[in-house]
Design a protein around this ligand. Structure first.
Ligand code: DX5
Ligand code: ZN
Length: 219
C-alpha cells in the first residue's frame, strides 16, 4: 500500500506534538523529518533533539532525510535518536557503499536521495544495498516549492532499473506533492510520497492527509 509521509518541516514547530498526534489519529504510518545544515542546503531546520523528542512521542515510522554535508559523521547519532529510515543525499557521500552497510548494521533502513540533476544511473552498483531511493522533485532546502515535472520519468527509469535486476527497492518522492499529483506519483512508481505544505498548509491537516492517502490507495 502506498504511504503519504507528512513532512514536519511544514508543521507548527511550537506544537510538533500536536501535529504528530493529528497525523496518528488520521491513520498515518510514517513521518518525514528534514534535517538541514545550512551548508549542503541554504537553510537550517532541526537536528537530533527534535528527532529524539518525536521518537518519544510516537511509534510511527520515522523517515529521516539528511540534507547535510558529511552525513557519515552523524549517521549513528541519528539512528540512536530514533530514525527508522535514514536517507542521505547522494551528492554528499564519497563512500556510499560503506555508509549503506553501516546504517543497516546499526539497525536502520538505508536510503539514498537524488538531487534533481543527479541521474538515477549513478545508483546502478549501490541499488542492491538501498532499502529505498528518494527522488527529489524539488531542489532540497525548502518546503512549498513547485514540483519538477521530469521527476516522474526519473521514477519510471528507476523502477525499470530495479525490475531489470530483480531488486526490491522502495521508491520515494519528495517535494511539491499535493492532492492533484498524488495519483500520477503512484502510477509512476512511488510507494512513499512526502508532503509538507500540501498537508500542514491547510486548515485541517488531518483531513488533507486522509484525502491524499485515499487518493494514493485508489490510484
Ligand atoms: C525539501 C524537503 C521536503 C519538504 C517538502 O528540501 O526535503 O521534505 O518538506 O515540502 P513540500 O511538500 O512543501 O514540497
Ligand atoms: Zn525531505
Amino acid at each position: 500500500m502506498p504511504w503519504i509521509a507528512p513532512s514536519l518541516l511544514s508543521a507548527d514547530f511550537l506544537d510538533l506534538g500536536g501535529a504528530v498526534r493529528e497525523m496518528e489519529q488520521a491513520g498515518c504510518r510514517i513521518l518525514h523529518l528534514d534535517v538541514m545544515d545550512g551548508h549542503f542546503v541554504p537553510n537550517l531546520s532541526f537536528g537530533l533533539p527534535v528527532i529524539e523528542a518525536v521518537r518519544k512521542r510516537t511509534d510511527l515510522v520515522l523517515d529521516v532525510h539528511l540534507m547535510i554535508s558529511n552525513p557519515e559523521d552523524m549517521a549513528d547519532a541519528f539512528i540512536d535518536a530514533g530514525a527508522d529510515y535514514l536517507s542521505v543525499q547522494y551528492e554528499t557521500v564519497l563512500h556510499l557503499d560503506r555508509l549503506m552497510d553501516r546504517i543497516r548494521e546499526k539497525g536502520a533502513k538505508p536510503g539514498v536521495a537524488l538531487n534533481p540533476h543527479t541521474p538515477v544511473g549513478v545508483l546502478e552498483e549501490i541499488l542492491p544495498k538501498c532499502h529505498h531511493v528518494m527522488i527529489m522533485s524539488v531542489n532540497p532546502g525548502f518546503s512549498g516549492q513547485r514540483f519538477i515535472a521530469t521527476s516522474f520519468d526519473k521514477m519510471r527509469k528507476l523502477r525499470e532499473m530495479a525490475a531489470r535486476d530483480n531488486l526490491r527497492v522502495k521508491i520515494e518522492i519528495d517535494g511539491g506533492i499535493k492532492p492533484a499529483n498524488t495519483q500520477d506519483a503512484v502510477r509512476a512508481g512511488a510507494e512513499i510520497m512526502v508532503a509538507g505544505s500540501a498537508i500542514f498548509g491547510t486548515p485541517s491537516p488531518g483531513e488533507t492527509f486522509r484525502q491524499m492517502q485515499t487518493l494514493a490507495e485508489e490510484a
